[in-house]
Design a protein around this ligand. Structure first.
Ligand code: IPD
Ligand code: CA
Ligand code: CA
Length: 267
């Protein structure tokens, strides 16, 4: 059973993600351009990333003014309740910029440092995924999410992502090159949150990426784990910016082993 605080946080995350998803889907300007760049010239921010973060942080501040918050586009405040929101207002900005449908709103709530609920809305699919710690993962308006049944690594469909910094992505390409002959195939959706939910929904056997930030990972990792997937980093380590892996229990061990051998945890 979900405790009242977690239930409240889940409800707020669902409503904030719904509103931000609608804003992004219905309010996308036809002439959308790049508002700013971050880690490199291809790491872009649009006016809609900023508008969506403003909507989410305003909504959360109105309902729970004393919580902490970390948002990708700069929202940051420390709270006094033990709750911290971790928000990626638009995960998959490059897809959104180009009019591709794989983008998401990702909102997680931590309680004393532990993720207790996560919501990922994927408006162009009409899907919202959510989970609470220990309570399973769900497709809103649908049923419980379950990751795929066992497949050997050479039958696994594995997604990954590439960092915006060229020097980093060039080593990531070497790692992917080592992986391609060892798996069924690889995918690059352009949204870490969507990839993690696709592992949860049984649409992928695994996903890995180096260089993720807490807002990319927090909600989707909980959703994947609650759907029965294993998540982590280097063998024996938790998922982090160094390396994040989510996969079915059968694929997780051999995949992390292979990634470790390929040096996926360093640049
Ligand atoms: C990015 C996406 C992408 C991943 C990058 C992330 P953004 O997030 O999740 O799939 O490969 O590492 O930074 O910039 O679109 O929010
Ligand atoms: Ca992101
Ligand atoms: Ca983002």
């Amino acid at each position: 059973m979900t405790d009242p605080l977690t239930a409240e946080l889940l409800g707020l995350a669902l409503e904030a993600a719904r509103q931000a998803g609608e804003l992004l889907r219905d309010g996308r300007p036809a002439d959308l351009g790049v508002a700013a760049t971050k880690s490199s010239p291809i790491d872009v921010v649009t006016e809609m990333d900023i508008a969506a973060e403003k909507l989410i942080t305003g909504f959360l501040a109105e309902h729970r003014p004393d919580d902490g918050l970390l948002g990708e586009e700069g929202a940051s405040r420390s709270g006094t309740t033990g709750v911290r929101w971790v928000v990626d207002p638009l995960d998959g900005t490059v897809n959104y910029l180009y009019g591709l449908p794989s983008w998401a709103v990702s909102i997680a709530a931590e309680y004393h440092g532990e993720t207790v609920t996560g919501v990922v809305a994927v408006p162009m699919r009409g899907e919202t995924y959510h989970a609470v710690r220990g309570g399973g993962a769900w497709l809103a308006g649908g049923g419980p999410l379950r990751c795929r049944a066992a497949a050997p690594l050479d039958q696994a469909l594995v997604a990954t992502g590439f960092n915006y910094v060229h020097a980093v992505r060039s080593h990531q390409a070497d790692v992917a090159q080592r992986l391609v002959p060892r798996v069924r195939d690889i995918r690059r959706s352009g949204s870490a949150a969507v990839d993690l939910c696709d592992v949860a929904a049984g649409r992928l056997d695994g996903y890995y990426e180096r260089g993720l930030h807490p807002w990319d990972l927090a909600a989707g990792e909980l959703i994947a784990r609650e759907a029965g997937a294993r998540t982590g980093g280097r063998p024996g380590e938790p998922a982090s910016g160094e390396l994040a892996v989510a996969a079915t229990p059968a694929v997780f061990g051999p995949l992390t082993q292979l990634l470790d051998e390929a040096g996926a945890w360093h640049d």
